[in-house]
Design a protein around this ligand. Structure first.
Ligand SMILES: Cc1cc2nc3c(=O)[nH]c(=O)nc-3n(C[C@H](O)[C@H](O)[C@H](O)COP(=O)(O)OP(=O)(O)OC[C@H]3O[C@@H](n4cnc5c(N)ncnc54)[C@H](O)[C@@H]3O)c2cc1C
Length: 557
C-alpha cells in the first residue's frame, strides 16, 4: 500500500470522521462487503440522516446483496401483522422500519461478527410512545431491545429471537440545565459530546467521555456504565447519574433517584446503570455536571516499550498523584494513527506513548505536572513533551481518540477486547497479552485506559477468513482468562452483551449469577426486555421462560 492511499473505512474512522471524510468513505464503499457497509450506515440510525442524502443511499444501496426491496410485513403470521399495525398506530408508519435494507443497518453493533436481523425497528419520540410500544410487544409476546447509536462493542443492542428494536434517536433533547445545582435532565438519545457543548457556556461539562462520544448516546452510556479516558479521576457513568425515568418491561413508567443524588430506599439507579438494557428502557436521565477545571496540563511521554510505560503509570499513582487521565498507545497503534487522517506527529520509532493529563486549581497543577514528568523520565521515558497550548493538547488527544478509526486501515474488521487488571500487574499482563496474539499469529495492538488498568487489546482481522476468526475468538477468551486469573474482571466498560455472556462463569459462581437473575426477574419476570444478553443463556432463558427460543443463537461469521 502506498502512503496516503485510502483503504476501506473502519467503524471508528467513520464514527469520528469529519463530514468530508464520510463522503469519501461513502464514495469508496462500492467495493466493500455488506458488513462494512452496515457501519458506514451507522450514522443513518439518526432519522435526520435517513431522510437526507443518506436516505437516498439507503433506498438504492448498490452494495446490499438483496433482491427483497419490497415491504416485509414482519413475517407471515397474523400475530405479526397485528403487532405491526399496533406499532404503526403508536408512532406513525414513518417511524416503523421493516424493509430489509432498513433493518440491515440494525443487524449488528460495533461487534461486527455477531449479528441478528430485527423483525422491525421502532422510533418513538416520547416516553408515552415508548411505554405503548413496550405494551404492544408484551401483548404479542415479542421481545424488544432498546438501542442508542449502536456503537456498543459487545452485541448488546442486537435483537435476538426475531425481536423488535426500540431506537431512542428521536428522543434527543436536553430538557433542562440547572447550572446552580449543576445537573442536566436529558432524553436518552442525546449524543454524549453534545451535552458538554451545550453546558460549556455555564463553565460546566459532562465528565464521562467515551472515545465514541461524538456518536454514542446518554441512554447507551447509562446502560453500559460507560467510562472514558478521564474515568481515572472522574469515575464512570454511574458516578454521574442522579435520577432516571424508566419504562419498565411491562410498560409502566417509574422514576428512580432524585436530582440531589440522595435516593430514599434501595439504590435502584445504581442497579439500572450498567444493566445493559435488560431492566427497562431509560427515557430520561438526570446527570451531574462538573465545573471545567481552572487549569489543564497535558504531557506526552515517549517510551522505548509498552512495559516501561506501564511501570511509569504505577509509579505516578503510587506517588499519590491522581491525574485526570493516563492513556497508553502502543507502537502498532502509533503506526496506524500516523498513516491515517488522525496523524499527530507521534514518533513511529517509539515503543509506546503515554498521555498524562492533570487538571484542577492552577496553583497545584503546575507542580503536579513537573512531578509527573520527573517520574515518567525516571521510569525510562526518553522524552516527555508538555503541550504548549490547546492546539497541541488536541494533537496529543487526536492520536488517542482516532486510534480505533485509524485501525480501519489495517484490516476490514477490528475486535476490541475489554478487560481490567490490577494496575500493578499491567507490565506483566501486557507482555502476556502480546504473547497470546503472537501465538495465534494475529495482528494485536494496544490502546487503553492504563490509569484504570482497563486494557483494550485490539485484533485486526478479516471475518471472511473463518480460520482467522476462530483464532481471534480463541485469543479473546485466553486474554479474558489471563485477566481474571490476575485478579481482574472481564469488562471495564464495553459490557457483556452476547459477546461475553458465556464467560460470566469465569468470574461468578452459580449462586452469584442466580442473585443477579433474581434482580433481573424483579424488573422483567417474562424476560422480554433485551433477552439473551449478560447471562449464559441456555439454562436461564429456557428454564425461566419456555417461550424463549433462539436467544442462544447469535450467528457468527
Ligand atoms: C470507536 C469506539 C470507541 C469506544 N470507546 C469507548 C470508551 O472509551 N468507553 C466506553 O465505555 N465505551 C466505548 N465504546 C463503546 C460504546 O460506544 C459505549 O458502550 C456506548 O455507551 C454505547 O452507546 P450507544 O448509544 O451506541 O448504545 P448502543 O450500542 O445502541 O446500546 C448499548 C447498550 O445500551 C442499551 N441501551 C441503549 N439505549 C438504551 C436506553 N435508552 N435504555 C436502556 N438501555 C439502552 C442497548 O440495549 C445495549 O444493550 C466505544 C465504541 C466505539 C465504536
Amino acid at each position: 500500500m502506498t502512503q496516503g492511499e485510502r483503504v476501506r473505512p473502519g467503524i471508528g474512522e467513520l464514527l469520528g470522521s469529519p463530514a468530508d471524510d464520510r463522503r469519501i468513505a461513502f464514495e469508496g464503499a462500492q467495493g466493500i462487503s455488506p458488513w462494512q457497509a452496515r457501519f458506514i450506515l451507522l450514522k443513518g440510525t439518526n432519522p435526520l440522516f435517513r431522510r437526507g442524502r443518506l436516505g437516498k443511499l439507503l433506498r438504492y444501496p448498490r452494495w446490499v446483496a438483496t433482491s427483497q426491496h419490497q415491504r416485509n410485513d414482519m413475517g407471515p403470521s397474523s400475530n405479526s401483522s397485528s403487532l405491526e399495525a399496533a406499532l404503526r398506530d403508536v408512532v406513525g408508519s414513518d417511524q416503523v422500519l421493516t424493509r430489509p435494507e432498513e433493518l440491515f443497518v440494525y443487524e449488528a453493533d460495533g461487534l461486527t461478527h455477531h449479528s441478528a436481523r430485527p423483525r422491525a425497528v421502532i422510533l418513538p419520540a416520547t416516553t408515552e410512545e415508548v411505554a405503548r410500544v413496550v405494551k404492544a410487544c408484551r401483548k404479542h409476546e415479542v421481545p424488544f431491545v432498546p438501542r442508542g447509536a449502536g456503537t456498543g462493542l459487545s452485541g448488546g443492542a442486537l435483537a435476538l429471537a426475531d425481536g423488535v428494536i426500540i431506537e431512542c434517536a428521536r428522543m434527543n433533547r436536553i430538557l433542562r440545565v440547572d447550572p446552580g445545582d449543576r445537573f442536566a435532565v436529558v432524553q436518552p438519545g442525546v449524543v454524549n459530546a453534545d451535552l458538554s457543548k451545550a453546558v460549556l457556556q455555564h463553565g460546566l461539562f459532562y465528565a464521562p467521555d467515551p472515545s465514541s462520544q461524538q456518536a454514542c448516546t446518554l441512554g447507551g452510556n447509562v446502560a453500559e456504565n460507560s467510562g472514558g479516558p478521564h474515568t481515572l479521576k472522574y469515575g464512570t457513568t454511574t458516578n454521574h447519574v442522579l435520577a432516571l425515568e424508566l419504562v419498565l418491561p411491562d410498560g409502566n413508567v417509574v422514576r428512580l433517584g432524585s436530582p440531589t443524588g440522595w435516593p430514599a430506599g434501595y439504590d435502584l439507579v445504581g442497579a439500572v446503570v450498567g444493566s445493559e438494557g435488560t431492566l427497562g428502557i431509560v427515557t430520561e436521565a438526570t446527570v451531574r455536571l462538573t465545573p471545567i477545571p481552572e487549569r489543564t496540563e497535558t504531557l506526552l511521554g515517549i517510551f522505548p516499550d509498552v512495559v516501561s510505560a506501564c511501570r511509569a503509570v504505577g509509579a505516578i499513582i503510587r506517588s499519590g498523584l491522581v491525574p485526570a487521565a493516563m492513556e497508553i498507545v502502543d507502537r502498532r497503534t502509533i503506526e496506524a494513527v500516523e498513516a491515517s487522517v488522525y496523524a499527530a506527529g507521534l514518533p513511529t520509532d517509539a515503543g509506546a506513548v503515554l498521555i498524562m493529563e492533570l487538571d484542577g486549581p492552577a496553583v497545584a497543577v503546575g507542580v503536579q505536572a513537573e512531578r509527573t514528568q520527573a517520574l515518567a523520565l525516571a521510569e525510562g521515558a526518553r522524552e516527555v513533551q508538555v503541550a504548549r497550548d490547546e492546539e497541541e493538547r488536541q494533537r496529543f488527544w487526536r492520536a488517542r481518540k482516532g486510534a480505533f478509526g485509524a485501525m480501519g486501515r489495517l484490516a476490514p474488521d477490528l475486535y476490541v477486547n475489554d478487560a481490567v487488571v490490577p494496575r500493578r500487574k499491567l507490565p506483566e499482563i501486557l507482555e502476556a497479552v502480546c504473547a497470546i496474539g503472537d501465538k495465534h499469529g494475529l495482528r494485536l495492538s494496544n490502546v487503553f485506559h492504563a490509569g484504570d488498568g482497563n486494557l483494550h487489546p485490539n485484533i485486526s482481522f478479516d471475518r471472511r477468513d473463518a480460520d482467522e476468526l476462530a483464532r481471534v475468538l480463541k485469543a479473546g477468551k485466553e486474554i479474558l482468562q489471563l485477566c481474571v486469573e490476575a485478579g481482574g474482571v472481564i469488562s471495564g466498560e464495553h459490557g457483556i452483551g452476547t459477546e461475553k455472556r458465556d464467560y460470566m462463569g469465569l468470574l461468578f459462581s452459580d449462586d452469584d449469577l442466580d442473585a443477579m437473575k433474581k434482580l433481573r426477574a424483579a424488573f422483567d419476570p417474562t424476560l422480554t426486555c433485551n433477552p439473551g444478553k449478560l447471562f449464559p443463556t441456555t439454562r436461564f432463558c429456557y428454564e425461566a421462560n419456555p417461550k424463549a427460543r433462539g436467544y442462544d443463537q447469535v450467528p457468527l461469521g
